[in-house]
Ligand binder design. Structure first.
Ligand code: BJ8
Length: 422
């Protein structure tokens, strides 16, 4: 990685502790990613983004701030990026996916909190991630109890705006989410000093839709019998989608898709014939959490789809681009986002339908229901997920894990046995 020490110091980071992360990440990335054979050439861009993860993009965000722009940090796919970008600000995902940050979170949170929350809080309070330092304002949501309380702790250290997400999907809930987005628009306008016009909002809606379309296009290649790209690589791209510049990301993803089109035409596959097709469902896999994909793809399986927030929930369905007033545009945004199926909703039968639909569309041999430890929402919903899959005749394996590596061997045994029996 190029030398960004000065930038990190200026951000008030604990540079010495951060060095430890910089030492282990390239090794982990090399082991999981660079060891793969016959990767598409266009993955070079995404490799570069990860290699420079705490350098290139943070430097761009700082440049934006120097010109007077603001950066908003988000933690959930319900927070509409469209509003942020329409105010000439930048939205960046902040979810922590590494065990490195967990002990920092445990200083203030109960141990039995999900690792995603602990890592996110730890990254901020221990000052070991540039993105968490750069964001001028954090945008939280009322999805799960752990997050709701974590915002209060983070708010002692950084401005936090919390969006009140309804937990049911009745007509009045969609309206109340639209109101919440209107309020968010006002907060963003006041914080940035920039007015969000219909024209600006139309542009940002279009930009984010383009990104969704690129991801949809990428995922479509995974429906092929011969898989031109590994699940690991697609996961990496899904993770990068949360913080890269959206326009550049779309362009680079489409470039990769052009290459994959050629691969499909030539019948190239990165897996041997007969490799079992696995879909993952459950809690999100924030970067650099590559654990389950790596286990599956080194145990005779290929991950062909993720019904996750780092997966289909992030890009399926577009915001209607035909609306012309800000009010109508916000209604359209609310409509699209309320179509996401997080386990914090009740009932959440649309997620169950999605899982069965996706399992068929991607012709999967089996599904792994992955739950982050201490996430009771997805844990409890696992009952309904597994029941529906069994009824549809699709084999399912439920696993619970966190960011530590100590259970990797035991998980490998269970995953290998599952794949063998398919
Ligand atoms: S829309 S999945 S990104 S809330 S933090 S709920 S794992 S206990 S992340 Fe999420 Fe939005 Fe839903 Fe998606 Fe469980 Fe952990 Fe809570 Fe979590």
């Amino acid at each position: 990685m190029a030398d960004y020490r000065k930038m990190w110091e200026d951000l008030g980071m604990d540079v010495d502790t951060h060095d430890q992360l910089c030492e282990v990440l390239p090794q982990a990335f090399g082991d999981v990613y660079l060891s793969q054979e016959n990767r598409p050439e266009a993955m070079d861009y995404f490799n570069f983004v990860v290699a420079e993860i705490h350098g290139v993009r943070p430097a761009e965000l700082i440049e934006h701030q120097k010109k007077g722009g603001k950066v908003f940090g988000t933690f959930c796919v319900y927070v509409p990026d469209e509003i942020v970008f329409a105010a000439d600000a930048i939205a960046t995902g902040l979810c922590g996916g590494s065990q490195f940050w967990v002990p920092g979170g445990e200083k203030v949170l109960p141990t039995n909190t999900c690792p995603l929350i602990k890592a996110s809080v730890g990254a901020r309070l221990d000052r070991t991630c540039p993105f968490f330092r750069i964001a001028d304002m954090y945008v939280g949501e009322t999805t799960c109890d752990g997050k709701k309380k974590a915002w209060e702790i983070l708010a002692e250290d950084v401005p936090v705006h919390v969006m009140d997400l309804p937990q049911m999907k009745r007509e009045k809930d969609v309206c109340s989410w639209a109101d919440e987005i209107r309020e968010f628009k006002k907060v963003v306008e006041d914080f940035t000093g920039n007015k969000i016009t219909a024209e600006k909002l139309a542009d940002s809606i279009h930009m984010i839709n383009q990104k969704r379309k690129a991801l949809e296009r990428l995922y479509a290649f995974r429906r092929n019998d011969r898989l031109p790209i590994s699940g690991k690589d697609v996961l990496l791209i899904s993770q990068i989608a949360f913080y890269d510049d959206p326009t550049r990301f779309t362009e680079m993803t489409n470039k990769l898709c052009d290459e994959l089109e050629n691969r499909v035409a030539e019948g190239v596959s990165v897996f041997p014939e007969g490799t079992k097709r696995i879909m993952l469902t459950g809690t999100p896999l924030a970067i650099p959490n590559w654990k389950i994909h790596n286990l599956v793809e080194t145990s005779g399986g290929a991950v062909v789809c993720e019904e996750m927030c780092t997966g289909t929930r992030y890009f399926e369905r577009l915001v209607d681009e035909t609306k012309t007033t800000v009010d109508e545009q916000i209604d359209a945004i609310a409509e699209r986002y309320m179509g996401i199926n997080c386990a914090c909703f009740t009932p959440n039968s649309a997620r169950i339908d999605d899982i069965v639909r996706l399992a068929k569309e991607y012709k999967v041999d089996g599904v792994i229901d992955v739950n982050l430890k201490f996430c009771s929402l997805y844990d409890v919903e696992g009952y309904t997920v597994e029941k529906a899959l069994k009824e549809a005749g699709i084999p399912v394996l439920g696993i619970e894990t966190d960011y530590v590596d100590s259970d990797a061997q035991q998980l490998r045994t269970r995953i290998s046995a599952f794949i063998e029996m398919l």
